[in-house]
Design a protein around this ligand. Structure first.
Ligand code: PEP
Length: 283
């Protein structure tokens, strides 16, 4: 169900976004070469022990990924990350962490640095997830984490997303601010290490139909527009945008195709290896 009333305001927003990103003399968006999609499994603080984690991963290992052309990244809690990432490095799955320290100072009790993650053979890290922002993480902390992570060679999945939507479009300004401030100081030379995950907070963890693909497509264009304004047209359009929020085996393909996103960030459904397999095969 769309959270928008079908007002002329909404249509106006869509038109403005399209006009701004793509030059007037082009009838449609420039052809972007087809890239492998990025499918990220965010296990959050699950499961409760390594035995359960290994059970999930054992089922995943059986997936015939030959037919799945996408890059699949498993982000378990750090307590299990080493067990998988060191043992299965170079295999069909990539591994990532769900967060990284803002600090490189070893006097940081309880923290895990980007360098430590890199040494565990993690290749990706999720930064600025809404569940971390809800604990007080600001855009400026997110920006520092990103700088640390890319500097150590990690690929960053920067999460942005509004808590709710309003008909005046204030949520668009909220996303713009999140992007601008979270990418403060980001050096273009690391651009190939950057992904943006659009995760509307209101659509996370609902376990049923999430965002409408039309609305996702509109947000995809809006995020591209902001990235173009932060960097430049070529670099801004090169950043893959993925979607997260109640993705399941029924909506995954539709969200990717109609939303024109380049991947998915999947929470709850990624903990059930059978459902996750169905999602991968559906794409
Ligand atoms: C998430 O928390 O990143 C997420 C997308 O969760 P879910 O798929 O359960 O909505």
């Amino acid at each position: 169900m769309s959270i928008f009333k079908k007002t002329s305001k909404k249509i106006a927003v869509k038109k403005t976004i399209k006009k701004d990103i793509f030059p007037k003399n082009k009838k449609s968006a420039p052809k972007v070469s087809v890239k492998r999609k990025l499918i990220v499994a965010n296990w959050k603080m699950n499961p409760v022990d390594l035995k359960e984690a290994t059970k999930i991963f054992t089922v995943l290992k059986r997936i015939d990924l030959k037919k799945v052309k996408d890059t699949v990244v498993i982000c378990p809690p750090d307590t299990y990350l080493a067990d998988f990432s060191l043992k299965y490095k170079g295999g069909k799955f990539k591994f990532g962490a769900q967060d990284v320290s803002v600090s490189n100072n070893p006097e940081s009790t309880g923290e895990i640095s980007a360098e430590m993650l890199k040494n565990l053979k993690a290749e990706y890290v999720i930064v600025g997830h809404s569940e971390r922002r809800a604990l007080g993480e600001t855009n400026s902390v997110v920006a520092k984490k990103i700088l640390n992570a890319v500097d150590k060679g990690l690929k960053v999945i920067l999460c942005v997303g509004e808590e709710h939507r309003d008909v005046n479009g204030d949520y668009l300004r909220f996303i713009e601010k999140q992007l601008i401030e979270s990418l403060d100081g980001f050096n273009k030379k690391y651009i190939a290490n950057l992904y943006v995950a659009y995760e509307p907070v209101w659509a996370i963890g609902k376990g049923h139909a999430s965002l409408e693909s039309n609305d996702l497509h509109q947000m995809n264009l809006f995020i591209k527009k902001v990235l173009v304004s932060i960097f430049d047209r070529k670099i801004g359009l090169s950043v893959p945008i993925i979607y997260g929020g109640s993705v399941d085996e029924e909506n995954a393909k539709q969200l990717i195709e109609a939303g024109e996103v380049e991947g998915l960030l999947i929470g709850r459904a990624s903990l059930n290896p059978y459902v996750f397999t169905k999602i991968l095969k559906s794409l």
